[in-house]
Design a protein around this ligand. Sequence first.
Ligand code: ADP
Length: 429
Amino acid sequence: MTTTPTKKGSAAVQARRVLVLNSGSSSVKYQLLDMNDRSRLAIGLVERIGETTSRLLHTPLTGGDAETRERTGRIADHAAALKAAAEELAADGLGLDSPELAAIGHRVVHGGLRFTEPTVVTDEVLKEIERLVPVAPLHNPANITGIRTAQAMRPDLPQVAVFDTAFHTTMPEYAARYAIDVETADAHRIRRYGFHGTSHAYVSRKAAELLGRAPEEVNVIVLHLGNGASASAVAGGRCVETSMGLTPLEGLVMGTRSGDIDPAVTFHLKRVAGMSTDEIDVLLNNKSGLVGLCGDNDMREIRRRIDEGDERAALAFDIYVHRLKKYIGAYSAVLGRVDAVVFTAGVGENSAPVREAAIAGLEELGLVVDAGLNVVRSGEPRLISPNYARVAVAVVPTDEELEIADQTFALVGRAESDGQEMPVGQVDN
Ligand code: ADP
């Protein structure tokens, strides 16, 4: 693989701020970071873009008390959303026209096989992200809109795409390929790509740090349990297996997604239940998982209902945990030797009952949770297994925005220190 330099580095020498943008179909999340100490200067969210009930929440973090400001009323599109965010930042003396801004880092969901690393956005790179829309129809269009909007606002600034799939491109071919006809698969780029890669990369590295060892020395299973959920097996810092596939639908039971099912369920729904492809898509992505099983996708609410004796909530919880256990067992076998099982994201970081239930009965795999340590609440990476346990069990808060900022700044900084041009991604593949 080769890299082609095409765009001249243009960031000013003292520019050490990075704006991180995560553009969804109807929302934009943003964070402005100071890369001198990797601290947050401001965070914000614009949601329900295009509706009359749009809302912007902006929190400057430079002063003493972090006070959130709110704007309500229709924000027509992504351009208007970014403009509104820029106005809020400017009101705090953090305007996006500042020469201190080094780059804008964008979360891009699907990078296919080509984008194995963060990449400076050029017209050609944007075209390739566009070419991947058929495999990421919900996500890549919103990411592209976010990039275009940011480009229009600061055309002089490097825009860096950080891909959710990139960390998983190290998966061996036998893990990435589905066992279907090779020609059909290749013609339509059907294979397992994996998602949440930025989180799996960050958390697996942090877990090694927590164990006091180099990432190259440890094998970890990362369980990213948010509303979307995925597991990964990371051997010596490289991903060798992950639970999401062509799309984020495969794998674990999630808030609204089914995770693994027999693909014949879809034919059955079409032939017997008379559902359309779009209806099945909505069923499996939006009306399944915890919400489909019990009507709630928030683990706090599910636990509350279980405490009140609700049987549907209890069954949903058991199905969720059973799937987790299957993946922990499978990935233990894939890795051969496991040094740590690591919980992260909303459920993983906060739900002691999920962690306890997922690890219960796995003593033969060397896995034990200390009940006292498990219920301690903390925002820090921590071990929840007893000292004698053969395999560490840990909770590591994820920080995808920091990882995007780090990768963006490293890429821009590298180009600057070379005094020349920035890589814009692999050419082949
Ligand atoms: P995403 O980024 O995928 O939207 P998050 O990682 O923020 O999701 O996780 C959101 C989920 O985390 C919620 O739906 C809820 O189930 C769970 N969650 C958040 N806080 C808690 C808590 N204190 N206890 C249990 N579950 C929690």
